[in-house]
Design a protein around this ligand. Sequence first.
Ligand code: SAM
Length: 276
Amino acid sequence: MSSRALGPAEIRDLAGLLDLQPTKKLGQNFVIDPNTVRRIVTAAGVAPGETVVEIGPGLGSLTIALLEAGASVVAVEIDDRLARQLPVTLRERLGEVELTVIGQDALTVTELPGDPAVLVANLPYNVSVPVLLHFLEHFPGLDRGLVMVQAEVGERVAAGPGSKVYGAPSVKAAWYGDFSTAGKVSRQVFWPVPNVDSILVRFDRHDPPGTEDERRMTFALVDAAFQQRRKMLRQSLAPVLGDSAAASARLEAAGLAPTARGEELTVADFLAIARS
Ligand code: SAM
């Protein structure tokens, strides 16, 4: 283990110093295993000189590994105590570092210094999908990323049509990029130990298939389709498109069967309905 990494003893000491009681509400499960953070940085393919945005740096486990890989880091942390402590910890362990800390809710961040091209994060469980979609929407310069999320959520985000776990997050993620899972992570690498395992999810951005107005309409259709996932689209889309006759007409105009269900449709199909 590198002497600069945070292991169980260092995490315990830092938590003690801050009198920190990790909260479930903020998804505060800190990585205590240096091999796991190195695995994340390697899977993300972080190169020296790159600017990386990290959401939820916590006590700094992953941030240290990113800085050791030669990245500049912009870290967004909602918890004031952690945001204030982070530069202190990092300076103590690494000396001068290329770090900017933004003490803010990631869901409200609309500007980032340094134009980061890479997102790397161990995301807080309860807001992982909204945070991911928020960053993809607001920061088109983010070309790729590697995030750790709850295993079920990661499998859903990376799923394709026809899969049992395909849902609104899968279609919305596919608007922005190609998503794939990159290996499970045991719950034992965290303190406190969560009730679920985690998974790594990788993405590479592609050009959006439509305009911003079309994206909004497409996402509204996706939400309606998966709110009533077992219903046929002519029924589930009726509230958004007027009534079931209007929904049937739009579906037919888009070349889709009104009896189809949301779980069979690709993002391009939803976009075709939005355009019809
Ligand atoms: N990166 C650290 C690690 O791997 O040990 C901590 C990861 S922990 C799963 C999630 C972190 O996200 C916590 O530090 C928590 O305070 C922070 N957080 C939770 N909700 C947030 C939000 N809405 N915006 C920014 N940070 C948030």
